[in-house]
Design a protein around this ligand. Sequence first.
Ligand SMILES: C[S@@+](CC[C@H](N)C(=O)[O-])C[C@H]1O[C@@H](n2cnc3c(N)ncnc32)[C@H](O)[C@@H]1O
Length: 439
Amino acid sequence: MNNTPRDIIFRITLKFLESDISLKLIIDYYTCKKNNFTKRDISFINNVSKGIIRFKSVLDYNIFKHSKQKTIDNKTLSLLYLGLYQIIYCDSIPNYASVNTTIELAKIKSKKSKSFINAILRKNDKNFLKIDSNSSYDKLKKISFGYRKWQVNKLTKDYGIDKTRQFLIQNLNIPKIWIRINTLKTTKENIEEILITNKIDYKVDKFLEYFLLIEKFDRKNIIKKLIEKGLIYIQNPSSGHVVNILDIKPKMSVLDACSAPGGKASLISQITKNNVELTCIDNNESRLLTLKNNLSKMNCKNISFINCDSSTFSSEKLYDIILIDAPCSSFGTVKKNPDIKWRLTEKKLKNNIETQFKILNNLKKYVKINGYLIYSTCSIFNDENENNIIKFLNENGNFNLSKDYKIPSNFKTDLGAMKIFPIDNEYEGMFASRLKRYD
Ligand SMILES: C[S@@+](CC[C@H](N)C(=O)[O-])C[C@H]1O[C@@H](n2cnc3c(N)ncnc32)[C@H](O)[C@@H]1O
């Protein structure tokens, strides 16, 4: 049972429960090339590991309903999640197989809890609570919609009950993948031809023509090859709207202050056909390296890189445009990254808000007069977005919120900022505001 896909899922789940590392990084580590898994194995590992974390509260509910123990150690819990997720959500696997393979693994990983695991799985064999985005409101309430209570309360305060409920429910779904065609290296026609030849269904975004929604994603290797060649980039159109707000003119100087892994930076290069003087900062050295590799692979030119902290960065030079795509809770991407809801604590959110404000307050000094500071996050919490901006404008009379930029009207807030709310669409949650410096 060692090094089988199920063993790897067990290890991924255990690592997730015992660390604060993102699920994506853990999965990438365990499925790297040296482990020699087939594509089918990797897909199984990915789907089940992400599914376990997406529906963790459903699994907890079904486990603790039958358990006299109020707390269960992480090894036992990881095994229970593995077995139970397959019983509830993997219709193609017979229940006896889910139970038996889990018990075999338990004999090696946690012998003492083998019979406990067996009992809980068998009690759930036919009778369990299954939640998905079609479940009734009463059922969803039983598990706090699958989120932490404080998150639900905070969203309700920001958006009211109805919108919050819609968000919570729709974000239980598995997202589709968006790609952006890199016109620095290829053409839209070329990519569309490759997709059509390989029977990959796609839809062009209704606002941004270089963004395609991949409807069916079973030819992952084709997409992977296009990414490796730098012909496409996995990117949600929400990011495209942020870059549009920059409204960059040729030869402008642009500082991208939180730049890695380079999604927005590469789009800036693409839109301007490399006719821009771009400086990319990131405080994380290894992420900066990924950024450099991504940009070089995509033929992005005229770029300088700085590894430093944007909240203390200093410069002789002033910039036409500074983009702060700030570190944030990423709560607008919770559909794609279901682990966020378990990893985000109130304390971390507070730290984010402090960092965001520090970066804003430092970089305001390096915007040219009549230049722009664009502040964006992929969070939907007002405290990381509007509230930061309102505080900043109150304290800095030489900046105004600029409203004269083009975005679809339903993305514009009353304040004049951009907010994309991830319901009834395949967009990620995103906020952006454009601040003009007057003197
Ligand atoms: C939301 S991500 C940026 C995504 C990027 N703009 C893109 O479109 O691909 C935030 C980035 O900010 C970096 N970061 C966090 N704190 C920072 C700081 N104080 N100074 C500079 N970079 C920071 C993180 O390492 C991370 O790469």
